[in-house]
Each structure stands twice: as structure tokens, then as C-alpha cells.
Design a protein around this ligand. Structure first.
Ligand SMILES: Nc1nc2c(c(=O)[nH]1)N[C@H]1C(S)=C(S)[C@@H](COP(=O)(O)OP(=O)(O)OC[C@H]3O[C@@H](n4cnc5c(N)ncnc54)[C@H](O)[C@@H]3O)O[C@H]1N2
Ligand code: MOO
Length: 553
């Protein structure tokens, strides 16, 4: 399949440097600009940098939901509180809370030195930040640009850190995957006694050594008597070394003269050899692992060795998943315009891999009332919804959040795919909601942009730090927004450096690329050239399988 971008090419779905790279880059940019303009309702090239809907067309999300509401509008009206978008449009400060200030629209300037989009509010302007929805037909009211990808992640992480810290003690077998609430100090010296590192002989003083027949000293036994100078005793790996022992001689390095009852060393003996002295690894009380560490199998083993029966951990964040969309099927083949739900099966395991405790995904269809009831009755720390984030006739997420008086902390992000993603707090002490767009790769983008740092914040673990890796292909960028592109790590060959290769099938509705990937490249606006470094977000599982080779890159 080399030479083809796949059966259905979506805007922004390229990643390869083709033969006519500059031509393709130009076409891509054109397409991306068209898409960006379409999303803000503008078609006039002259207003291409005006992402605020200044053309007079309503932007994608109007503050007035009349005329495009789904079922049970009256319910939504009944539940509408004073903390609605409309109110916030009059008082932009009403968005703010002390620990999770939403994006103020002022830090979205491209980082590559190009001019900022014309919609970025001028510093010091008299104009207050505008609300995130615009009344249709009111050209004076415009939306601020969405926050940058970095900014959105920072807001999500801070929102997660907002709650009071909670600590529970869990027995070791229930602790894996949790985050340590406290640092672990050693409860004992390790090793806790002088230990033989080998099966052989404990000897005292210079040889040859007189020895007694028998099994000698075994692991798990009590203290042995001191070893007299010039004598040896058989010893097993892990057994306590008797006092006055000079060294341990491995059995293969010893010659036993049974007739004379003497042990000879086949090579020179160094004092202390093959003895693990008490406290070699740590002393009691010594700091072993910091708070915030994920309890991996290795941490669990260390904790057990150091004397722990239970660990102080942060409870796993509880997550409810609500899958929206009447068009979704649970089983079988797509038919009659219906498609399989790709997100329900994917999100539970993915969120668990991010440390969450997840109730099964609930399918709610496109029913605003059911969504409102599910949000109002959830006792989770985080609710993840899929679909319904945009402004279609049955996209209920925004109106329902309005009706519940939720505070929108992030309403759209300058990232592709996934730009309609959102983060809200349902009430001041209530759960957060991450609204993932319905397009499957856009949902993955929202998961890693908002849910991952939020969950890390709730669980007390540092959010994943993107690192940089060399990329061996030109990766086109969106003109204004960050792109997240599935990549696979490749070892450097013939002295070349390790690098990442971008994968095809990276359109917003596609999962083929991400299914083959082991990371996502964070491609800045404007793109990156082959041979440069790009930020990488790892996926929380093993590297890609060999079948990606050749077929997807
Ligand atoms: N006027 C505008 N329309 C759209 C915009 C926009 O800015 N203005 N943004 C587009 C983008 S980009 C995305 S992404 C989507 C986001 O839409 P929603 O979050 O409202 O999602 P839906 O409309 O419900 O679904 C979008 C797409 O994804 C399919 N889908 C939904 N759920 C699933 C699932 N669980 N498994 C598989 N596929 C799913 C759904 O059938 C649609 O094809 O909005 C664009 N429109
Ligand atoms: O381009 Mo949308 O943001 O598919 O995700």
C-alpha cells in the first residue's frame, strides 16, 4: 500500500513527504485553511486569519440553542441556572475559579514567530474576553481563540489537582496501578543480615580450611555460631553468614579434599567476596520511592522486600463513560447508516491504563434528558462523554452543561484532530466532565489532551512529559493548531539515530494509524521538516507490533 494514503483521505490525514512535497504541502495547507474557515463559518479568504467569526457568519457554537435543540428542550430550560453561557457572556469573570482558571484566550500565539491570528485579543484592549459562544447573526459578539494544546493540558492538570488529597491503605495485592500518597521509607535494612550471595563455603582466615561434613548453613535459618579461624562451613545462597566469616568461596572455585578433611581455594580469595553485607541496598528509614510514584510490579516487590504489608495510596479516580449517538451499534456489521461504537470498547481499557477505576461504558443515544440525568446522578470523579460536542441538531453536551450550570474550563482546543473537546466542572465541588468529540481519533486526542493530565492531577501523579525524538519524514502542520499524529519508534540502523516515523490513516475518523502506533507526535503549527525533533506523547502500553513495518509508514 505504499504510495497511497489509504482508501479515504480526510483533511489533515497526510503525514508523508511525497515526491512533490512542496506542492502537497501547499495543497494541504490550503485544505487545512479551508477546514479552519469552515469551522468558524467563514468562507472569505480575506478573513482567513479571523477565527472569531468576524465575517458575520455565526461560529460553530451559538449561544442561542433555540431552533437546533434535540428532545426535551423544556427539561433543559427548567434546569437552567444563573451560571449559563449567556450570563457568563455578560460577566466574563464568572468563568473563573481560584484553582482552575479557564483559558482567557490570550496565549494562543503561534510559537514559530509568525504573526498571531488576528482574533487574539490585543493586550490591554478595553474589550473583555468574549464568551465562547456567539449569538447567531450578531457579528459584534465573537469567541476567543481556543487555548493552545499546552495550555489546555495545563488547565486540565490544575483542575485535577483541585480536590483535597485523600489517602487509603491497600494491601499489596490491591495496590498495583495506584499512586503512592506518601514516600516509602525502608522498614528494615536490606539485606537485613549479612548474606551469602553464592552456594559454596563460608571461610574464616587464610586457607586451607578444615571443614565438617553435612549440609551446612541454609537460607531461612537462625543465626549460626561464629566461624573459628582456619575453618569452613558449607553455605547456601541467601543463608546468614556466620560471624567472623572472611569470604564465601563458590563451590565451583573450591577443591574438597575429603581424605584430609581440608578445603582448598582454586583461585585467590578476596576478603568479603560473595557476601552481601547487611544494609548494602538500604538502611532502615532510608527513602526508597517518592510520593507520586505509580505502584508498578517492581515497586510492589521493593515494598514487600522492605517490610510493607499495605501501601498508602491515592484512591483511583472513578470514571463514568457515557457514549452518545443514536447511530451506534453494539455488535454486528454496520448497516442502514448505523455504525459500530468504536469508543465504548476502547475507552474503558484506555482509562484503566491511565490509572482510573472505570464503570462500564453506558450508551445514552442522542437523548438530552438522559444525558442530563446521567450527569446529575453520577458519583464519579470524572465523567467522560463521547460525541455531541459540536453544534449539530442532536449535539447535546453544551446545552446540557448550560442547563446544569456547569463551569466550562476548556471549550475547544487548538489541536487537530479533536478541536471541539471540552472540559467542565459540573459544580464547585462536583465532578469534572471531559467531552470527547465523536470522531474516534479526535476522541483519542481529547483523552490524551484533557483526560490524561486531569486524571494524573486527581491521582497525584505527574502528567506525562512529552519528550523529543527525531522524525524521519516531513510532517505537515495545521496553519494555526497543533496536530497529534500517530507515530512508531524505530531503532537507528547503520549508525543512524533512533527516530519516529509518522503513520498513515491518521484522519479524525480513523483508528488504523493509532492502532499501529506507540506514540503521538505533537506537531506544532506549520509542521516539522524531516530530520528535526518533535515532541512525543507515549501511549500507555507496549511498542507497536512488527506488522506495522512497511505497511503503515
Ligand atoms: N458545524 C460544525 N460541524 C462540526 C465541527 C465544527 O466545528 N462545526 N467539528 C467537526 C469535528 S472536527 C468533529 S471532531 C465533530 C465532533 O462532533 P461531535 O463531538 O458532536 O460528535 P458526533 O457528531 O456525535 O460524531 C462525529 C462523528 O463521529 C462518529 N461517532 C460518534 N460516536 C462514535 C463512536 N462511539 N464510535 C464510532 N464513531 C462515532 C459519528 O457517527 C460521526 O460520524 O464534529 C464535526 N462537525
Ligand atoms: O477534526 Mo475533528 O477535531 O475530527 O476532531
Amino acid at each position: 500500500m505504499t504510495g497511497s494514503d489509504g482508501p479515504h483521505r480526510e483533511p489533515g490525514s497526510d503525514v508523508r513527504a511525497a515526491g512533490s512535497a512542496s506542492e502537497r504541502a501547499r495543497e494541504e495547507e490550503e485544505r487545512a485553511v479551508e477546514q479552519a474557515l469552515a469551522l468558524v463559518g467563514g468562507a472569505d479568504r480575506s478573513s482567513r486569519s479571523d477565527r472569531s467569526g468576524g465575517s458575520g457568519e455565526p461560529p460553530s457554537r451559538g449561544g442561542d440553542t433555540r431552533g437546533r435543540r434535540g428532545p426535551r428542550d423544556e427539561d433543559l430550560d427548567a434546569g437552567r441556572s444563573s451560571n449559563t453561557h449567556a450570563d457568563r457572556s455578560r460577566d466574563p469573570q464568572a468563568h473563573r475559579s481560584s484553582d482552575s482558571a479557564p483559558y482567557d484566550g490570550r496565549d494562543n500565539a503561534p510559537r514559530d514567530g509568525r504573526a498571531a491570528p488576528a482574533t487574539a485579543p490585543a493586550r490591554g484592549s478595553e474589550q473583555p474576553p468574549l464568551p465562547d459562544r456567539t449569538l447567531p447573526g450578531d457579528p459584534a459578539k465573537t469567541s476567543p481563540p481556543p487555548p493552545s494544546w499546552d495550555r489546555a493540558r495545563a488547565v486540565a492538570a490544575r483542575a485535577g489537582r483541585g480536590g483535597p488529597p485523600t489517602t487509603i491503605r491497600l494491601p499489596l495485592d490491591r495496590a498495583p496501578g495506584h499512586v503512592l500518597a506518601e514516600a516509602l521509607g525502608a522498614l528494615t535494612d536490606l539485606p537485613s543480615f549479612d548474606t551469602s550471595a553464592m552456594d559454596g563455603w563460608a571461610v574464616a582466615g587464610p586457607g586451607p580450611w578444615a571443614f565438617e561434613a553435612g549440609a551446612g548453613l541454609l537460607a531461612g535459618r537462625g543465626p549460626a555460631a561464629a566461624l573459628p579461624d582456619g575453618t569452613a562451613v558449607r553455605i547456601a545462597t541467601g543463608a546468614r553468614v556466620p560471624p567472623e566469616t572472611t569470604a564465601v568461596i563458590r563451590s565451583e572455585h573450591a577443591h574438597v579434599d575429603e581424605a584430609r578433611g581440608l578445603l582448598h581455594a582454586r583461585r585467590s580469595v578476596v576478603t568479603g567476596q560473595d557476601i552481601r553485607p547487611r544494609g548494602q541496598e538500604c538502611r532502615s528509614g532510608e527513602h526508597l520511592v517518592p510520593a507520586g510514584t505509580v505502584v508498578t510490579p517492581a515497586v510492589l516487590g521493593l515494598a514487600a522486600a522492605a517490610g510493607y504489608d499495605a501501601l498508602p495510596v491515592v484512591p483511583r479516580p472513578r470514571v463514568d463513560i457515557l457514549v452518545l449517538g443514536d447511530e451506534l451499534l453494539n455488535a454486528g456489521l454496520p448497516h442502514d447508516g448505523l455504525i459500530r461504537d468504536a469508543l465504548g470498547p476502547m475507552l474503558g481499557p484506555w482509562l484503566r491504563a491511565l490509572g482510573a477505576e472505570v464503570s462500564g461504558a453506558r450508551r445514552l443515544g442522542d437523548d438530552a434528558g438522559a444525558l442530563r440525568d446521567a450527569l446529575a446522578s453520577s458519583d464519579a470523579d470524572l465523567i467522560v462523554t463521547t460525541g455531541g460536542t459540536a453544534a449539530g441538531p442532536v449535539d447535546h453536551v453544551h446545552p446540557v452543561l448550560d442547563a446544569l450550570g456547569a463551569e466550562l474550563l476548556v471549550d475547544g482546543v487548538a489541536v487537530r484532530p479533536g478541536h471541539p473537546m471540552l472540559l467542565a466542572r459540573l459544580s464547585p465541588d462536583g465532578p469534572c466532565l471531559v467531552g470527547l468529540p465523536g470522531n474516534p481519533l479526535a476522541a483519542v486526542s481529547g483523552l490524551l489532551t484533557l483526560a490524561e493530565p486531569l486524571l494524573a492531577g486527581i491521582a497525584g501523579r505527574p502528567a506525562q512529559d512529552p519528550y523529543r525524538a527525531l522524525v524521519h519524514a516531513e510532517v505537515h502542520g495545521h496553519p494555526h493548531d497543533t496536530r497529534l499524529v500517530p507515530v512508531v519508534h524505530r531503532p537507528g540502523r547503520a549508525g543512524g539515530r533512533d527516530h519516529v516515523a509518522p503513520l498513515r490513516y491518521n484522519g479524525p475518523a480513523m483508528l488504523r494509524g493509532i492502532a499501529a502506533a506507540d506514540g503521538l507526535a505533537v506537531v506544532p503549527p506549520g509542521g516539522v521538516r524531516s530530520g528535526t525533533e518533535v515532541e512525543i506523547l507515549d501511549l500507555p502500553w507496549a511498542p507497536a507490533t512488527p506488522w506495522t513495518e512497511g505497511c503503515f509508514t
